[in-house]
Design a binder for this molecule. Structure first.
Ligand SMILES: Cc1cc2nc3c(=O)[nH]c(=O)nc-3n(C[C@H](O)[C@H](O)[C@H](O)COP(=O)(O)O)c2cc1C
Length: 222
């Protein structure tokens, strides 16, 4: 089982959010998973220009590192999303990456996977950012098992206090993958999202025949 953390702080290895995400990964590794972390700031990610070329065949016109990241996402069973709070939101690095996932969201390419989210902040916004990251997981068709947001007040030691909770979250993620458990609330959210994206898949039936056939096979289009 592979667990992939995708982390959006530009402070990369010096980041407190990364530290928190790594505690989650350590909990997952102790429970038997293979783990990996991607620091988005180390990658070349061109912002989406809304050219809509991907809508035709799922392929972005930009030749950058996103394809490689998406391939690693495809191989993973579960994701850990992590971002610090920047002006009450995720970082620009994380948002630019998320925008590049729009096609994968529309066609639910990561459906069947699990995830969780972490965020750190100086004072405020971590609950909202964790909720947003989990919302993006759900948009991707991914079941979220929860998240942790921490206001550090600038004290790195605060993150260490959350090590047991973060490790427990990592174990919970592994257990969810193993057991295939979907809580009814998450199930309803994912079903609503598919109801929303279904119109796009139906409209593009001829252009995206493989995607359309997958939706029919999955019972998402009757
Ligand atoms: C550009 C920028 C914007 C920030 N915005 C907020 C904010 O809106 N609220 C807040 O409490 N902290 C804010 N912070 C503080 C960071 O959220 C906090 O230091 C976080 O733990 C940094 O995480 P990192 O070490 O993973 O980069 C901001 C920091 C930066 C650099």
């Amino acid at each position: 089982m592979k667990i992939l953390a995708i982390h959006g702080s530009p402070r990369t290895i010096h980041s407190t959010t990364r530290r928190l995400a790594c505690f989650v990964l350590e909990g997952a590794a102790d429970a038997g998973a293979e783990t990996e972390i991607i620091d988005l700031a180390d990658y070349r990610i061109i912002p989406c220009t809304a050219c809509e070329a991907c809508a035709i065949n799922g392929i972005c016109v930009n030749d950058d590192d996103v394809t490689a990241i998406m391939n690693r996402m495809k191989e993973a069973d579960a994701f850990v999303f992590g971002s610090p709070v920047y002006i009450d939101n995720i970082t620009g690095q994380m948002k630019i990456f998320f925008d590049r996932l729009a096609d994968a969201i529309h066609y639910q390419h990561y459906s069947g996977k699990y995830g969780c989210s972490v965020a750190t902040t100086a004072e405020s916004g971590s609950t909202e950012v964790v909720a947003y990251l989990n919302h993006v997981l759900n948009y991707l068709g991914v079941v979220s098992v929860g998240g942790i947001g921490i206001a550090t007040g600038g004290q790195l030691a605060k993150v260490e206090e959350y090590e047991p909770a973060a490790r427990a979250l990592g174990k919970k993620l592994v257990d969810a993958v193993r057991e295939g458990y979907i809580d009814p609330v998450q199930d309803a959210i994912l079903s609503d999202n598919r109801g929303y994206f279904k119109a796009i898949v139906e409209e593009s039936k001829d252009l995206r025949a493989d995607d359309y056939a997958r939706w029919v096979r999955m019972g998402w289009i009757k």
